[in-house]
Design a binder for this molecule. Structure first.
Ligand code: NDP
Length: 340
């Protein structure tokens, strides 16, 4: 079967493409420029089952239908959406691409007529309520919804708030579209990953650490802080491995009862001290870069917990450990730094 992956050059997108190809699917990746077409083809060593097209405007259904004409995809993974904290015009840079991006891909799926499932990359940001603070008594599941509104995003006090609001509004728009289009012939699955950590594919290494994806920048912030310095404060205390996120996308296609559901993708809680402790063990060569801090100190009791057992059961995922993920990504980060 043929699957379309939007944002195929992105951090998670590249792993979704790899997961689909390794499970025997054919893939059409969408990107927004010709140079990224070449880059994605190279990342997957010109895999015979991969093609890549340019979709200039993710807010336009026609942009998709003209790029995909004469193809018959059975599914779409929608990952293309802004994830950065650099925006200043929150409505135009964050909210509109998230919301109109959602409805455009669903409109396009309807017009194509062959799509049976759309897997939507939402976020833990659409689940948890940051305004409530640490909430040590709370356990979040996929049943929870962040209260942030579209307006909260437009008028946000800071870019991370606008990002979180964009994820809520984007996912709400997708579910609302499904309600307004009964009998459309495909089901929607929302996947809501926590902070995603993990390696980049060999062909997709950024030229410099400034271009590193937003979530892996958290790891770099810790492991480059310097042995005698403080461990940076933990911001989003829940994480998941990028390979598990990609596998969850593929499973969401294959498991019939996933349709119409929302899944929290979370290996568990973490803190930056834990990253530092593990990093000092797995990247011994670079110990002088990694803060000692207070070895063994953990923050799990100080804030909310997460429960993703439903995801483990329905999507059949066993979460990769933080130690193993750090073992894969740390050598890459130090290597990118060495080369620049
Ligand atoms: P990346 O920044 O690596 O990838 C984002 C992708 O979306 C890129 O292909 C990017 O294209 C594309 N994109 C962004 N803005 C636009 C736009 N305005 N128009 C067209 N394309 C656009 O991020 P991730 O891979 O980490 O994120 C992928 C998805 O997963 C996002 O929806 C994100 O919100 C979600 N997510 C990520 C988490 C994480 O921790 N990484 C956690 C939870 C959810 P280009 O390269 O051209 O900019």
């Amino acid at each position: 079967a043929l699957v379309v992956v939007t944002g195929a050059n992105g951090f998670i997108g590249q792993h979704c493409v790899a997961s689909l190809l390794s499970h025997g699917y054919s893939v059409i990746g969408t990107v927004r420029s010709d140079s990224k077409v070449k880059q994605v083809l190279a990342t997957h060593e010109k895999h015979p089952n991969l093609s890549v097209v340019v979709v200039e405007n993710i807010c336009s259904p026609e942009s998709y239908t003209s790029a995909l004409k004469s193809t018959s995809p059975a599914a779409i993974f929608h990952l293309a959406a802004p994830f950065h904290y650099d925006a200043t015009d929150f409505e135009n840079e964050m909210m509109i691409p998230a919301v109109r991006g959602s409805t455009a891909v669903l409109d396009a799926a309807k017009q194509l007529g062959t799509v049976k499932r759309v897997v939507y990359a939402s976020s833990f940001a659409s689940i948890y309520d940051a305004s409530k603070g640490p909430q040590p008594e709370k356990t979040y599941t996929a049943e929870d919804w962040s209260p942030l509104s579209y307006e909260d995003g437009v008028k946000a006090s800071a870019a991370p708030v606008a990002y979180r609001a964009s994820k809520v509004a984007g996912e709400r728009a997708a579910w609302q579209w499904m309600e307004e289009n009964p009998g459309v012939g495909f089901g929607l699955v929302s996947l809501n990953p926590a902070m995603v950590f993990g390696p980049l594919l060999p062909g997709a290494m950024p030229a410099s650490l400034c271009e590193l994806n937003t979530s892996n920048k958290i790891i770099w912030g810790v492991v480059s802080a310097g042995e005698d310095n403080e461990v940076p404060l933990t911001k989003g205390p829940v994480w998941v491995s990028v390979k598990d996120v990609a596998l969850a996308h593929t499973q969401a296609l294959q498991v019939p009862e996933a349709s119409g559901q929302r899944f929290l993708l979370a290996a568990g809680v973490y803190c930056n001290q834990e990253i530092a402790d593990l990093a000092r063990e797995v990247a011994t060569k670079h110990k002088s870069r990694i803060p000692v801090g207070r070895p063994g100190a953990r923050e799990a009791d100080m804030h909310f917990a997460v429960d993703a057992t439903e995801t483990e059961k329905v999507l059949n995922i066993e979460w990769q450990s933080l130690r193993s993920v750090l073992g894969e990504v740390l050598p890459q980060l130090y290597e990118i730094e060495r080369k620049t």
